[in-house]
Design a binder for this molecule. Structure first.
Ligand code: PEP
Ligand code: MG
Length: 316
């Protein structure tokens, strides 16, 4: 029966009362595209471009090599959205030629956008490759920066995108609590937000995402994390802009409904999760999602938040 429900689950993501929530795929490169298409992804919500840089950690891939890889992904979603994240090097994704080796706390050091602002040539080449890859395609290209901390970061990224002649929407990932707290000021510079809940949990709870001993604090049902999601989504709504989620949180079907209730406008996840999220979202109305979100936020632990949301959804 579960299988039947899943195979019946096709088409765009929406709540039972028709509130649309595009379901997008997280991909690491062209090899992940067939599974995304198969799952009926409405586009790509997170294209992690690090894979291209892992072949040779002594230098950046050539612009031509990048153009070819980006074009393969963009061509797969002719009318859809493809959100490309510029290189997120450092911390859990170190690259020899870019990542400082002498930092005591790499997760708090030069990583993500900070790396690219220190190496503007690498950012310039990547943005130029993206501009060329998108040429002549009807795809809706969006480009976002990882690890944006404040408005100055968002402005530096948007300036670099404009200088590269990129015809795309520019966005900021919300992975640092400061970005969620000041989401409105970041939205003065960029057109959309995307919540990276893996890092946002890590930085909110000061709990390394690679350390199993603190994994309790990495639980995306934590009410403090839900509060930061709500702040970001409310800021985006006030500015008439979008706020997606592309961290692991979006892949948990019940949490995906709660995120929708918090005002998140799209959900991006590993392709294998898309049918489950689509089927679950279709069972509940937006009002139920909002009630579940409020109930979850009214608790003081991840366990209680999950139970409170479950109780709303099962009509208790
Ligand atoms: C995140 O941090 O939630 C995210 C989507 O980025 P990554 O997992 O690649 O750091
Ligand atoms: Mg991240």
């Amino acid at each position: 029966e579960r299988k039947a429900a899943l195979s019946a689950s096709t088409g765009p993501g929406a709540t039972a009362d028709g509130h649309k929530v595009p379901l997008l795929a997280n991909v690491g490169g062209p090899a992940d595209v067939p599974a995304a298409v198969e799952a009926g992804a409405e586009g790509v919500g997170l294209f992690r471009t690090e894979f291209l840089f892992l072949d040779d950690s002594t230098k950046a891939p050539s612009e031509e090599k990048q153009v070819t890889a980006y074009r393969q992904v963009l061509e797969a979603f002719p009318e859809g959205r493809v959100v490309v994240r510029v290189l997120d090097a450092g911390a859990d994704k170190p690259l020899d030629f870019l990542t400082p080796s002498d930092e005591p706390n790499p997760a708090l050091g030069v990583r993500g956008l900070r790396t690219l602002l220190d190496h503007p040539d690498v950012l310039r080449t990547q943005l130029s490759a993206l501009a060329k890859a998108a040429e002549g395609l009807p795809v809706h290209l969006e480009v976002m920066a990882p690890m944006v901390a404040d408005r100055a970061d968002a402005k530096a990224f948007a300036d670099a995108c404009r200088a590269a002649g990129l015809r795309a929407k520019f966005g900021a990932m919300v992975e640092i609590p400061s970005a969620a707290l000041r989401a409105r000021s970041i939205l003065r510079e960029v057109e959309f937000l995307s919540l990276g809940t893996n890092d946002l949990a890590q930085y909110t709870f000061a709990a390394d995402r690679q350390v199993g001993a603190v994994s309790r604090l990495q639980d995306p049902w934590q009410p403090a994390l839900l509060d930061l999601v709500a702040l970001s989504a409310e800021a985006a709504k006030a500015e008439g802009k979008s706020c997606g989620v592309c961290g692991e949180a979006a892949a948990d079907p019940l949490l995906a409904c709660v995120l929708t209730g918090l005002g998140v406008t799209s959900l991006s996840m590993g392709s294998a999760s898309i049918p489950y999220v689509r089927a679950t979202l279709a069972k509940y109305t937006l009002a139920q999602c909002e009630r579940a979100a409020a109930a979850a936020r009214a608790t003081d632990s991840a366990e209680d938040a999950r139970a409170a949301a479950q109780a709303v959804f099962s009509g208790e």
